[in-house]
Design a protein around this ligand. Sequence first.
Ligand SMILES: O=C(O)CCC(=O)C(=O)O
Ligand SMILES: [Fe+2]
Length: 207
Amino acid sequence: MPDKKAMTAPLDIRGFQLFPGFLDRPAQDALVAVLRGLLRVAPLYQPVTPRGQKMSVRMSAAGRFGWVTDRRGYRYEPHHPGGMDWPPIPEEVLAIWRAVSGVTREPECCLINWYGEGARMGLHQDKDEADFSCPVVSVSLGDEGLFRMGHEERGGRTESVWLKSGDVVVMGGAARLKHHGVDRIRFGSSTLLPQGGRINLTLRVVT
Ligand SMILES: O=C(O)CCC(=O)C(=O)O
Ligand SMILES: [Fe+2]
């Protein structure tokens, strides 16, 4: 990871701050190794929306809370649906937060989304957290994903950018409640994950 002095200014897209190539390849490889261990403890599962639709991404989490969805709704839970505690957020991930978040509070959730071939995430707002003065920080690993950014209100023109492995996005300030989503991934576009696919981490202060 670049140190703070060497860190280049982010690109600003509608208030979304994009740090292209924030993690170099060795840092990405190290992070993937850490995540593998984590997912052995808290395996990926397929979430279901409150309306009963299976999501195309598979999910897990680390931290005091994990974001979950099922027939009972969207919420943060202190346990994996399998009953175990979520593992702690890895130091490597906390270091990214500390470098880019601009806040002193620490993240309480690291949501892990795994996108296989054909997986996507519809336009949504991240609004199940109590304190919108803290940003959501997103880390992309593996295959490229087409990230769409909109407005706080529904509708209106959107803008999209291909997020690559190692890119970090900070959704804070004016962008904190803006709609965003992932239309598609370019399956097989990265060599980071031998089995292909895209991992996205989102770090959130929950309480
Ligand atoms: O996969 C991404 O880049 C975004 C994920 C996201 O928006 C979320 O988990 O809330
Ligand atoms: Fe989101």
